[in-house]
Ligand binder design. Structure first.
Ligand code: PEP
Length: 254
């Protein structure tokens, strides 16, 4: 039985005060979330603050934290970068990789993403590997081909064993930040496709891996999405910035 995971991607938002308010707000309601794992991914500079606030709750909090990106390099002359071992040092459990905004705005390629994936796992953290198609690709019937290419780019380099400690997020690009959500059936179809593709290599790993849905998840559509057999939670952007809406989604997950 897979556990549900709800991860908040704060993107480029917040301040020290916002981080405090948001984490305290989430902690205030988290006891009502019984069966889901919860994670927050603040901007790099707020990770230590979030970590401190969350760690002060000790075992009473089932909330972990992560980053939204990292370098593929561990050290060296890479101005402006943050390395995976640095994130590990601040207690990060997860690193989001291959988000469509990084692919589109920062020209991250599948090759970059696989190197980052290896760096994150080598540092002892769990990559949340984002895959998803553009609207034009869906409309021309290429959804599965695009998702397969993004998945295989990692799988063919790392091998299936490296999916034991990984999370996948299916995020149709047309649903991210748009208010348009994939229907539960549309999302389920792609999640089942991803799981099946992994199962062709190893059924046990495919059965166990958490596949999250991301794209305009809100408290009022989360339960229907999470009820689908291959949807194991969500990667949440906009709705993760308010404690009430994020908690509403976490509660829908269990
Ligand atoms: C995201 O950016 O990962 C995301 C899913 O955003 P939103 O929930 O705002 O669509």
């Amino acid at each position: 039985m897979r556990r549900t995971l709800v991860a908040g991607n704060w993107k480029l938002n917040g301040s020290k005060q916002d981080t405090k308010d948001l984490i305290e707000g989430i902690l205030g309601g988290i006891s009502e979330v019984k069966n889901a794992d919860v994670a927050v991914c603040p901007p790099f500079v707020y990770i230590p603050q979030a970590a401190e606030l969350l760690a002060s709750q000790g075992a009473s909090s089932n909330i972990s934290w992560g980053a939204q990106n990292c370098s593929q390099y561990n050290d060296g002359a890479y101005t402006g970068e943050v390395a995976a071992p640095m994130l590990k040092e601040f207690g990060c459990t997860y690193v989001i990789l291959g988000h469509s905004e990084r692919r589109a705005i920062y020209n991250e390629t599948n090759d970059d993403i696989v190197q980052k994936y290896i760096a994150v796992q080598s540092a002892g953290m769990i990559p949340i590997l984002c895959v998803g198609e553009l609207l034009s690709e869906r409309e021309s019937g290429k959804t599965e081909a695009v998702v397969a290419e993004q998945l295989d780019a990692v799988l063919n380099v790392t091998g299936i064993e490296q999916f034991k400690n990984a999370v996948i997020a299916y995020e149709p690009v047309w649903a991210i930040g748009t208010g348009v959500t994939a229907t539960p059936e549309q999302a389920q179809d792609v999640h089942a496709f991803i799981r099946q593709r992994l199962a062709e290599k190893n059924t046990a790993i495919a059965d166990k891996i958490q596949i999250l849905y991301g794209g305009s998840v809100k408290p009022d559509n989360a339960a229907e999405l999470f009820a689908k057999p291959d949807i194991d939670g969500g990667l949440i952007g906009g709705a993760s910035l308010q404690a009430d809406s994020f908690l509403g989604i976490c509660k829908a997950a269990g």
